[in-house]
Design a protein around this ligand. Sequence first.
Ligand code: COA
Length: 263
Amino acid sequence: MAFQNILFDVHDQVALVTLNRPKSLNALNPETLDELKRAVDQVREDDGLRVLVLTGAGEKAFVAGADISEFPKMNPLQARLFAQKGQDVFFALEELPKPVIACVNGFALGGGLELAMSCDFIYASEKAKFGQPEINLGIIPGFGGTQRLARLVGRAKAKELCMTGEMIDAATALQWGLVAKVFPAENLLEETLKTARTLASKSALALRAIKYVIDRGVDADLKAGCTLEVEAFGLCFASEDAKEGASAFLEKRKPNFKGSFIA
Ligand code: COA
């Protein structure tokens, strides 16, 4: 089924998904969330796709939030279902067993910041702006923002951002550790795709293990998290890629990882 609200492109082994509703600054309506879920499923199922990059169409925005034009027609139950839908899609993204990079080319507000935070890491343009402005609409974040933001930048900064509704620029986001790297706007996509291609050349099993252990371990106590790490470390040795990695190092050559999940 074709997509109406997103673009799905493939660059080598990298899927590039572009939120494509520039007239509303790529705001997330229910149809766009459904399409995003389908795109995530497609990347999960396709063994040829190793990395997912998410970005926004146009010069101005990554995603300017949930689509506010949907709000006036929502009763409390429908609002709850809408928030649940967003959370389900973002959990599917977070749990995709392949790396996901948010390529934030402009405003990442509300649902846009929540979407970016559900990715493994964020690369941003110098022009990017981040915020949870829901308070200005008399509501709160609903797609996981209060929780992921507090885990990423700490409770005080998360509360300040959610309570004031103010935006921060890319330099501040970098300083806070919300963003991994900042690039000039004109280089952002190419730099992101460069990193994505690098990830596509690594062991898929090891990447999957890193993602799983960090995401599951960060909410657990240190001992439980380290136990997960021990198990995943052992599992990596079941793969051809682990044999190839050590052999290549000892033979002083570049490794050629197959990326198969099967040993
Ligand atoms: N939902 C629906 N439409 C949105 C939107 C959103 N979250 N964000 C922007 N748009 C629409 C605007 O209504 C406008 O549509 P129009 O041209 O038909 O009037 C268009 O996108 C351009 O936005 P505009 O506000 O004119 O651009 P700007 O440069 O003056 O301001 C923002 C940019 C991002 C600061 C501003 O659009 C904004 O505050 N958006 C809402 C952010 C928000 O509250 N997100 C959380 C939602 S829960």
